[in-house]
Each structure stands twice: as structure tokens, then as C-alpha cells.
Write a protein that binds this ligand. Structure first.
Ligand code: CA
Length: 377
């Protein structure tokens, strides 16, 4: 009995060790040796610093960066340890790209359109006006050739990037004056960064740059007539519902903003294959997690806005949207003329978008309308 018991125990242990010696085969000596070598080898560990374009622990965005760091540490069993820095703790918000490129830090969390000054085509990997919504962005990047183009764009900078969060479609912004016609933008002073701002300035608005922390005061004191920020979750967090009366939808300028994990390529290449996988999978998890959080918290915050009698939620009219779209298309097309890689990215993005639009109409859009059909009773 004892010897049968011992043999069973031996078989069990052999299975756990990945060996089939106990089954009488000898062809698996090699994996056993490999495993032994791996377990005996002291595995290399890495200390990374993460800089971010967000204030430390900023709801959704800063906390999203913290989660990404935790996922990397957990998946790698602590072999990559990370210290996260909020904007200005180590480098200013807009210094993230340079810091990661220099290699003084290994990773950054932000949005690629902040680096338009380094290369205009970076915008395609965050959001462009009238571009892709969140799940279409993921589809383009993961399956539609977007990731390869992103790597190609960042290669000369010694960087690589993965999606690591998404805010979903943003809101069109808070205004103190109604926008009924495209000409109503003329003469307005509006805070809208990036390509959306370029569109509004073509329509005659004066576009100003203000950081998130300065919007409330400027809007409240009527120093500006309107501002976009993110969506209800983040907008209420900085009090914009107490600064302007009209809340416009949709965020035509940011239909599904993808956030990035920007990584120094040399630091990434120092990781073994397992750790590289850990980083990539952690980014995917962070990407999904942020989208889920924004969906819930935007929904809860919007219901607060709906109850607020001081605020009116309005949709830009089709005549306004039509001019915004036409102007946006020409602003986005301008980027394609910058250089060869910009043209390649623009073509890939545009073809993907055109292919998506019929499916969106038949699926999400059609279902969304169906869900709002009034009950017969
Ligand atoms: Ca925004």
C-alpha cells in the first residue's frame, strides 16, 4: 500500500513539475532541465518611473495611471516596480514625452495629441474631430493596423506606445450663449485645445488655451464664453455646472479619446519576453478598466446635470454639426500633407472609419434608437 501511495505522490509531484518521467517516458528530460534552469536563475528585476500628464490621483485619468502601474507590478510578480508621479512632480504635464524619450523615466501616461508639436500625426492615436468612437479606436489599433502605424510613427523618437485608457465620447462643452447657427461661433472666446480648437478658429472664434484648473474661474467670470473639458464625470468635478448654463452634446471634437502608455524603447527591450507581455496586457486591462469607469461615472454625473434646473442640455443642430464636420475634415486632411507617414496613417484611419460607419448605423446606433422607442402603453 505504502509503495502505491508513494508512487501516486511521485506522479502528482512530477505533474506539478511539468515532467512525465513518472509515466515512464524519457523524451521529456529537456523541459525538466529548462524548468530547473529557470527556477534556479535569479530573475532580473526592473525599477521604473511613470510620469503622467494628469494631476496626481485626478479622477479617472490620474487614477487610471495608478491602476496601470499596479497591473504591471501584479502581472510581473513585482519584477517591474513602478513609482507614479503626477504632473509637475517630476516633470511638467507637457514634459512627459521628452522625459520618456530621454530615458530619465521609462514610462509615461497621457494622450498622444499633446505631442502634436513633435509630430502632427500623433493626434490620430488620441482622437480627431468626427473620427472614431472608443470601441472603433480599439478595433483600429488592435486589429486594423493602427498599432503597427503607431510604432512606426514613434520609432524615430525611440519610443513605443500602447492604448491605456479611453474616456469614451466627450461632451461638446459648456457655453454661456446659445449656439443655434454656425455663425454663432464668430467672436466667441472658447477654450478648446488641439484640432477642435483649430476648427472653431476657422469659424471665427477666438480660441484660448487654459489648463483644467483655470477653466471654472474663466467661465464663471465670463472671461471666456465657452469651454470643453471631458464629460459629466470630470466636468462636475471641476464645477463647470456652476459656471455656465448650456451644456452641449455631442463631443464632435473628441469622439473617443484614447490615452497612451508611452514607453522608452530601450527600457522596454531590456525586459524579457514574459515581462514585455505583462506590460502589454496591463495596458489592455487599463484601457478596458478606464472605459468602464467612465461609462458608469459619466452616467451618474449626467443624471445630476439632468436634475439641475440651472443647466440646459442641448444638442448642436444639424446645421451647426454639418459645418463643424466639413471644417474638421479639411483640418484633419491637412495633417496628411505633412509627410509620408502622416499620409499613411490618415489613409488607414479614414478607410477604417468609412468601413465602420455602416456597421455602426446598423448596430450600436440602431439599437440605441430602438431602446429609446416609447412604450406602446
Ligand atoms: Ca477634452
Amino acid at each position: 500500500v505504502g509503495s502505491t501511495k508513494n508512487r501516486r505522490k511521485h506522479i502528482k509531484n512530477s505533474f506539478l513539475l511539468g515532467s512525465s518521467i513518472a509515466l515512464g517516458t524519457s523524451s521529456c528530460d529537456e523541459p525538466k532541465t529548462d524548468l530547473k534552469a529557470r527556477t534556479n536563475k535569479k530573475l532580473k528585476t526592473h525599477k521604473w518611473k511613470m510620469v503622467t500628464t494628469w494631476p496626481k490621483n485626478f479622477p479617472g485619468l490620474g487614477t487610471g495611471a495608478n491602476k496601470l502601474a499596479k497591473y504591471i507590478e501584479d502581472l510581473s510578480d513585482g519584477r517591474i516596480s513602478l513609482k507614479v508621479y503626477g504632473a509637475s512632480e517630476l516633470v511638467p504635464a507637457l514634459g512627459v514625452f521628452d522625459a520618456v524619450q530621454r530615458g530619465s523615466v521609462q514610462i509615461g501616461h497621457g494622450a498622444s495629441y499633446y505631442w502634436q508639436g513633435r509630430h502632427p500625426a500623433t493626434s490620430f492615436f488620441a482622437s480627431v474631430p468626427f473620427g472614431l468612437n472608443a470601441h472603433e479606436m480599439n478595433a483600429w489599433i488592435y486589429y486594423g493596423g493602427g498599432q503597427e502605424l503607431w510604432h512606426k510613427l514613434y520609432k524615430p523618437f525611440g519610443l513605443l506606445s500602447f492604448p491605456a485608457g479611453n474616456t469614451g465620447v466627450q461632451m461638446g462643452g459648456w457655453f454661456n450663449k446659445k449656439i443655434n447657427e454656425p455663425r454663432d461661433f464668430k467672436g466667441l472666446k472658447v477654450r478648446m485645445p488641439g484640432l477642435g480648437g483649430r476648427v472653431l478658429s476657422k469659424l471665427g472664434a477666438t480660441v484660448v488655451t487654459l489648463s483644467g484648473g483655470d477653466i471654472f474661474q474663466a467661465l464663471k467670470t465670463k472671461n471666456i464664453d465657452g469651454s470643453e473639458w471631458v464629460g459629466p464625470y470630470n466636468d462636475l468635478a471641476i464645477g463647470l455646472h456652476k459656471a455656465a448654463k448650456y451644456y452641449y452634446t455631442p463631443g464632435w471634437h473628441e469622439p473617443g479619446t484614447c490615452l497612451e502608455a508611452l514607453i522608452n524603447k530601450k527600457a522596454f527591450n531590456e525586459l524579457d519576453d514574459h515581462l514585455k507581455s505583462c506590460v502589454e496586457l496591463a495596458c489592455k486591462a487599463a484601457n478596458q478598466d478606464m472605459m468602464s469607469e467612465f461609462t458608469l461615472k459619466n452616467s451618474l454625473a449626467l443624471s445630476e446635470v439632468v436634475k439641475n434646473k440651472e443647466v440646459e442640455i442641448l444638442r448642436f443642430s444639424d446645421s451647426v454639426l454639418s459645418v463643424l464636420k466639413e471644417t474638421s475634415n479639411s483640418v484633419v486632411k491637412d495633417i496628411s500633407e505633412h509627410d509620408e507617414i502622416s499620409k499613411e496613417i490618415y489613409d488607414s484611419f479614414k478607410n477604417f472609419k468609412e468601413a465602420c460607419m455602416d456597421w455602426d448605423k446598423a448596430s450600436e446606433h440602431s439599437f440605441s434608437l430602438a431602446r429609446q422607442v416609447k412604450s406602446a402603453k
